[in-house]
Design a protein around this ligand. Sequence first.
Ligand code: BES
Ligand code: MN
Ligand code: MN
Length: 458
Amino acid sequence: MSLESLLNDSRQKFEDELAEFLRIPSVSARSEHKEDMARCADWVRDKLREQGMEAEVIPTRGHPIVYGELSEAGPDAPTVLVYGHYDVQPVEPLDEWETPPFEPSVRDGRMYARGTADDKGQVHVHMKAVEAYREAKGALPVNVKFLFEGEEEVGSVNLEAFIKSNVARLACDAAVISDTPMLSPEHPSICVGLRGMVYMEVRLKGPSQDLHSGQYGGGVVNPANALAKVISRLKDDNGRITIPGFYADVKALSEIERKSLAEVPLTEEEFRQEAGVSALGGGEAGVHFIERIWRRPTLDVNGLLSGYTGEGAKTIIPAKALAKISMRLVPDQDPKAIRAAFESYVRSLKPEGVEMEVMMHSDGLPWAADPEGPLFRAAATAINAAFGSDPLFISEGGSIPIVPMIEQILDTPVLLLGFALPGCNLHSPNEWLSLDLYHKGIETMTRLYDEIAREFAG
Ligand code: BES
Ligand code: MN
Ligand code: MN
């Protein structure tokens, strides 16, 4: 059977299997899902084995890595490393899901479930591409190595050490990752830039326990007020971050880059509607919105907690307050330097009468690809064959900290070719993946193997 008809005939089977994958609640952040994580890793390993790959589950200090290999193309053929993550984000708020997060449901050509887009659905694209290619054509024209981790959503804390101690095992000519959106269904996209990140937490401690706000109000510093004031001093009225030295290493955009940002086929109005807000904001005044979301650094409160938030009113001075604050970084900002600058500035804003604790959760480098050479030529040809149009080069404001590490440690070019869409509710309720793009993704990957084999030959 031709690969084309095989892909066509397998659509339902693939979707059913994807649903099985999605039913495993692989939430890496929650200890109550530790067993589910292990079960999910085993599931992936078993599927890889069933489709003829060598595969194993490798324990780490946290959640396991699934590693698979297929080297039937032989030593003269190029080797492609595929990275992805089988862990997903927590599902709260649960009552905002139209169908339960771990009961996949198809509506209007979309599959809804936690992990459809980020990233189990896209991991499955790669699994099924290898399976289908081999079933139709016997053997892959490239060697493949699959590296699927279970800790991406909690900062890939154990992956760097694994890569560093397995450089020979992971050696490859190209890395391919599907963990990003396309700009729109009509615009297959190659992502050539990601922001880095520093994720901090600030805690303030005031009185040793909550106090009656009538008896003590006006007499002691309120940690919630104090924290709000600290936060309000991190950005000025023009949206610029006020941490001294914060922008020092931000690389200026070239004229060509600035021009190409302005030509991105996405309007402010489309972006506003997709975000579901009444007006855009939150960035630096006077900067184009695409530049703000892709190429400018940010500082955002991701979580804020203090005092009484239950039903009705309760008059207290809370004993403590905490904020989770992340900064997205762009080339050539250094997460270590930004962390230090944040910490000393925030400490300088602390009033007397409260104690402050500042800690870091995770950090990661920003990344920009050099989109030239055989891998990007191969991708353009494959995309064209599957979608009938040229790829668009986009950047993303999100972060995949392992990308620059793979590039540096393994000395390989990285192709970010993803099939999610803007508005597909990554990390939110009702996450979905377009089934059309899921199948197009599988087709694109089968074509990519041929093109990589051709481009890297000899
Ligand atoms: N797949 C995303 C990264 C992403 C999101 C890229 C949107 C492009 C557009 C990834 O799973 C993710 O969520 N990364 C985290 C990194 C963090 C946990 C260190 C992020 O960006 O918040
Ligand atoms: Mn992801
Ligand atoms: Mn994610």
